[in-house]
Design a protein around this ligand. Structure first.
Ligand SMILES: Nc1nc2c(ncn2[C@@H]2O[C@H](COP(=O)(O)OP(=O)(O)OP(=O)(O)O)[C@@H](O)[C@H]2O)c(=O)[nH]1
Ligand SMILES: [Mg+2]
Length: 352
């Protein structure tokens, strides 16, 4: 599962990437010399920390998500109405979700003043235009081959949606149709989050109302963080980070909130395993069955699956031990088809 960090050049993508990873990728125009930056990012999870407090395990492991800081087009090329280049499109297609970093600070390297609502809409238009071109090409080909049936019908529906300036994300599709469309990996169909990179830390109420309105009109989830400050925090050592946050009266850096939002955007949830060896969060797609979740740990556990012993995290913390959960009837035995829930602490019984 991969999140693409996208947006116009100079919006602060690499700065945000550094804030998330604690790495020091080169910022500034063409800092990355045409290369995308890649990083595995730990998903902060206080539940894992709480379990580790109780079990004092040898190892603690968090879920991880891959982020890729992509190459963005310049705003001027977009206002000229040209579409995204192939080198920008290909890596975006590979991403499972997109986060657009929107410039909300005065960047002296950019010709125009920051106007977040405009940039949000302009980038969406780029995605829509790219999909439209792809669909037109495909429809032409189908016509030449005189193909009839589901595919051309569906693509025409998509075309109407895009021509109306609407992303494919918001097109209602039935199960089979959705699968067919998923195969095209259209950009405007990907889960999308708008991240306003502000000059200073802002409360949600202080965010530019035009930006909020634009995001709301497009039914987009949005967040705001100050990329510069978050990057500086991420580059402090652990102790200095804590001190800095304590001085500001904060529990955690704002980037943590953002990582969790990106995790949800991918429709991921975590189940937990706990013991004296290891306390760990495991990322799975929402709706994953107990059997498939077992397979995430080891194929043997999936193959020899007998049952899952499940306690909800909140019950476990309230009662304090597995034994007490058992007594209180909070430890459930679930079979192969049980859809695992976020925060389930699971012990798999298996036999190989
Ligand atoms: N004041 C301020 N400057 C920032 C902030 N975020 C980024 N910058 C600066 O803006 C410039 C561009 O930031 P980058 O992170 O390189 O932008 P980018 O989106 O990766 O740009 P490209 O790689 O060219 O697409 C750099 O000089 C950063 O130091 C911020 O929150 N506040
Ligand atoms: Mg960059």
């Amino acid at each position: 599962m991969k999140v693409g960090i996208v947006g116009f050049s100079g919006a602060g993508k690499t700065t945000i990437f550094n804030a998330l990873t604690g790495l020091q990728a080169e910022v500034g125009p063409h800092g990355r010399r045409g290369k995308a930056n890649l990083g595995m990012i730990t998903v902060p999870d206080p539940r894992v920390e709480a379990l580790a407090q109780l079990y004092q395990p040898k190892r603690v492991a968090f879920a991880k998500v891959e982020f890729v800081d992509l190459i963005g087009p310049t705003q001027s090329s977009s206002s000229a109405g040209s579409s995204l280049g192939a080198e920008a499109i290909a890596p975006m297609r590979e991403a499972d979700a997109l986060v657009q970093v929107v410039c909300g600070f005065a960047n002296p390297a950019l010709a125009d003043e920051a106007e977040p609502a405009r940039d949000l809409r302009a980038f969406e238009d780029e995605l829509i235009l790219t999909d439209l071109i792809q669909i037109e090409k495909r429809l032409e080909r189908l016509k030449k081959e005189a193909k009839k049936g589901r595919e051309p019908e569906l693509l025409q529906r998509c075309q109407v949606q895009l021509e109306a300036g609407q992303p494919l994300r918001r097109l209602e599709l039935a199960g089979e149709d959705r699968q067919l469309i998923n195969g095209f990996r259209f950009l405007s169909q990907k889960p999308f989050l708008a991240l306003l990179n502000s000059a200073e830390p802002l409360t949600d109420e202080a965010v530019d109302p035009a930006f909020v309105q634009a995001a709301t009109a497009d039914q987009l989830a949005w967040l705001t963080i100050c990329g510069q400050e978050e990057m500086e925090i991420a580059q402090l050592d652990a102790e200095a980070q804590l001190e800095f946050l304590r001085d500001l009266g904060l529990q955690e850096p704002a980037s943590h909130r953002f990582i969790r939002a990106a995790y949800q955007l991918l429709d991921l949830i975590s189940f937990l395993t706990a013991g004296s060896d290891e306390c760990r969060a495991w990322p799975i797609k929402r709706g994953t069955t107990a059997l498939k979740a077992a397979g995430k740990i080891h194929s043997d556990i999936e193959r020899g699956f007998i049952r899952a012993e499940v306690v909800a995290f909140d019950d476990f913390i309230a009662l304090g031990s597995e034994a007490r959960c058992r007594e209180a009837g909070k430890l459930r035995l679930e079979g192969k088809n049980y859809p695992v829930r976020d925060g389930d602490i699971i012990h798999f019984r298996f036999n190989v």
